[in-house]
Design a protein around this ligand. Sequence first.
Ligand code: FES
Ligand code: FES
Length: 150
Amino acid sequence: MAITLTINGTAHSVDVDGDTPLLWVLRDVLGLTGTKFGCGAALCGACTVHVDGVATRSCVTPVESLGTAKVTTIEALSETSQGKALQKAWLDLEVVQCGYCQSGQLMAAAALLAETPKPDDAAIDAAMSSNVCRCGTYQRIRAAIHQAAA
Ligand code: FES
Ligand code: FES
């Protein structure tokens, strides 16, 4: 079926089953491969995007559930000042190790800063605790969020 999705400010008509997870439409249909597949079961956060500004797991979000909601992916992170600040902090503090989880981490961090511009450690931990990093970059992620919020 034809479904219209608004991704990073652009309307896209895609011909997929309505129950197709958003992650697969982003990656396989639209070629937006910055969003990663980790667990496929809403457990790791690698696939995090924003749906109307809210951090959302695209691996368990059927495209038919989106309606007119606006989806933002890592490819558009730099279009906000907070997104730019996060990218700079991530580079300054060399947060990334293997990198696999980091788009999801950045999107979770961006949603946090949009809602709480100066989060304390507890707020950061609460917002980020369900984004898993097998390389254990959690301390640098927390420091980078503080830098971006400064
Ligand atoms: S791939 Fe979606 S939460 Fe793990
Ligand atoms: S940087 Fe490797 S999984 Fe997070």
